[in-house]
Design a binder for this molecule. Structure first.
Ligand code: M6R
Length: 611
């Protein structure tokens, strides 16, 4: 949610900020703005995209080697020029860009109004700018102290960058709950919500921690906590390729990421699976392995697509490691009083590693004695840093707001964990373990064969692009794939879609079925195939249109379904990795045919760092 980028150094800041905002646009894209310090602070901001901001700034003065930029996902106040960041304080002494939500903003605003402050926007960020200015003037302190004192009064989440007109030559930054990364160059620093805008300039980064405040000049970085304790910045080297941040030959990031899956899944298991298929080594959880093997219960917390991967994980861990699993929406779990303790294993799954609810869920179990693991894609993210141990999915940067390759990599990690624990808990014998591991290594080539059917899937998308609704049915380990297929279609094409366990259809949703209702039935040749085939007939008997995802070689299904998309025969444990791909492609092509903005669907943001 919201992207922040800032620069201080010798170069001209403007092009760095614009390029950075373009790289961050997937985080929010309803308005954009920049502030440049160059003998006073100049602000350009508007409703719309970064390209609208560029048009606005064309022919304007954009000099200066200190500046900050923001791309917004609206929380307080509709998308508008006035609500776009940066926000200036009453007297223009401070300018602020902010990612997060200030929960006590209404109370602070009333107090500031009583003290004579006026407001030009509806945002909680303007409250912050005025609170800092009021503290600065009233207490006659430095900008840094004003920021620290003001923030002790704030309830909520923030990633902030601040310019002070009266203390030129420096950037101030603060974090609580919303991520901020500092890039360390030679005589220059970069700041951003994630490493994407930084990686082409430096691979040395510092992840700010909660309640830290940084004062940054071209030659120095001072880091403190809110209470004036000096902190030692920990510089890390990141390995991210800028090539991943471009669309290449593809028209959209989502399509590129769907097509990357044979490679991203390979990257997920590369070096973790022995070449002869007889073992799995997950370095990130080695230290806690005895506790994992002995775990009496697993609780997986996640949101959205990651929650669907967690449901697949439930099947895998219960079936192959015989450990009881509960899957929880992180947003619900965090506000319950869950009974968790010693012997429990809590796994947080998150592509970004920054999802506010998932982060809060793992904080909820700290100190209970439970072992807490992360399965994250973004290295150095908050969840990966706040869990005891974990496994990176290594899917590469995912930019499309609709998650695709992150999902298949999350399932790959869960499969490796399930097979490894199954072997260590002696649920799987050596031959079964070897067979599963070896099947996993074949998945990338099998995904590639599914991708070859894109032309056919595009034709099917054309047939159904005007449907107002769609149903997705699956059973067992493929039920979460039905949920994921429905979520993908909803997110990017705005068609109402629901995923159901196939047998549940008779308990209500079947009332919706008529000749305008496409029903996707995931009907692979497993032990539940006959049951699903029965459900297909029930849909057909009511005039519904059925698109079956079936195993290659199943001729019978052609007589049942209106369209069939084939996936190669594979072990049921790994079938979600194949069955989801046609559903991703279907959603993509429907969205394109409907003229939707695939990579930046309305109302969504890639990383949900607010509740
Ligand atoms: O970064 P995370 O995996 O924690 O994100 C969770 C959800 O916000 C995310 O999966 C969301 O549902 C996607 N838009 C799905 O495509």
């Amino acid at each position: 949610m919201c992207g922040i980028v800032a620069y201080v150094g010798e170069r001209t800041a403007y092009p760095i900020l614009i390029k950075g905002l373009q790289r961050l646009e997937y985080r929010g894209y309803d308005s954009a703005g920049i502030a440049l310090a160059n003998g006073g602070i100049r602000v350009y901001k508007c409703k719309g995209r970064v390209k609208d901001l560029q048009a606005l700034a064309r022919d304007k003065e954009v000099g200066g080697s200190i500046g900050m930029g923001h791309t917004r996902w609206a929380t307080h106040g509709e998308p508008s020029d006035a609500n776009a960041h940066p926000h200036a304080s009453e007297r223009g002494i401070f300018h602020v860009v902010h990612n997060g939500i200030i929960e006590n903003h209404a109370h602070l605003r009333r107090e500031l109004v009583r003290r004579g402050y006026t407001f030009r926007s509806e945002t909680d960020t303007e409250v912050l700018a005025n609170l800092i200015e009021d503290t600065y003037l009233e207490q006659n302190v430095s900008a840094e102290l004003a920021v620290r004192l003001a923030l002790t009064r704030v309830v909520g989440a923030y990633g902030l960058v601040i310019l002070c007109d009266r203390e030129p030559g420096k950037l101030l930054a603060a974090r609580k709950g919303s991520p901020l990364v500092i890039g360390v160059g030679e005589g220059e620093y970069f700041l951003a919500s994630d490493a994407m805008p930084i990686i082409e300039y430096t691979d040395r980064v510092i992840y700010m921690n909660d309640e830290e405040v940084a004062v940054i000049t071209p030659s120095a970085l001072d880091l403190k906590d809110l209470y004036n304790d000096v902190k030692t910045p920990e510089i890390k080297t990141i390995k991210l390729s800028i090539a991943n941040a471009d669309k290449g030959e593809f028209p959209h990031f989502m399509l590129k990421e769907i097509h990357e899956q044979p490679f991203s899944v390979t990257d997920t298991f590369r070096g973790r699976v022995a070449a002869d298929g007889d073992k799995i080594v997950l370095g990130g959880i080695l230290d806690v392995m005895p506790r994992l093997v002995e775990a009496r219960r697993v609780i997986i917390v996640a949101c959205g697509t990651s929650w669907h991967a967690a449901l697949v994980g439930e099947y895998l861990l219960e079936e192959y490691a015989r450990v009881p699993v509960e899957v929880e929406y992180a947003s619900e779990f965090r506000y319950r009083d869950p009974i968790v303790g010693e012997g429990d294993l809590v796994i947080a799954i998150s592509q970004s590693g920054e999802t506010a609810d998932t982060l809060a869920a793992i904080r909820r179990v700290k100190g209970t004695g439970a072992t807490c693991l992360g399965i994250c894609n973004v290295a150095g993210s908050s969840i990966s840093r706040e869990t005891e141990a974990g496994v990176y999915t290594r899917a590469g940067i995912e930019i499309g707001v609709a998650s695709t390759k992150a999902f298949t990599s999350q399932i790959t990690v869960l499969a490796m964990m399930a097979f490894l624990l199954g072997s260590k808990r002696r649920v799987l014998d050596a031959a079964e373990y070897r067979a599963l591991v070896s099947e996993l290594t074949r998945v990338p080539e099998m995904i590639a064969t599914v991708l070859e059917q894109e032309g056919r899937i595009k034709e099917i998308a054309e047939l159904y692009k005007e449907s107002p609704n769609a149903l997705f049915l699956g059973r067992g380990i493929l039920f979460p794939v039905a949920l994921e297929g429905a979520l993908k279609l909803k997110e990017i094409s705005y068609i109402h879609a629901e995923g159901y366990p196939a047998a549940e259809m008779k308990h209500g949703p079947i009332a919706l079925v008529d000749e305008r209702m496409p029903v996707f039935a995931i009907a692979t040749s497993d032990k539940l195939y006959d049951k699903t085939a029965g459900n297909i007939q029930e849909v057909k008997a009511r005039g519904g249109k059925v698109i079956a995802i079936a195993t290659r070689g199943n001729e019978e299904i052609r007589g049942l379904a209106d369209q069939v998309i084939e996936i190669p025969p594979c072990h049921v444990a790994l079938s979600p990795l194949l069955a989801v791909v046609p559903l991703q492609l279907f959603a993509y092509h429907v969205a394109v045919a409907r003229g939707c903005n695939v990579d930046q669907p309305r109302n969504l943001a890639k990383s949900v760092t607010v509740e």
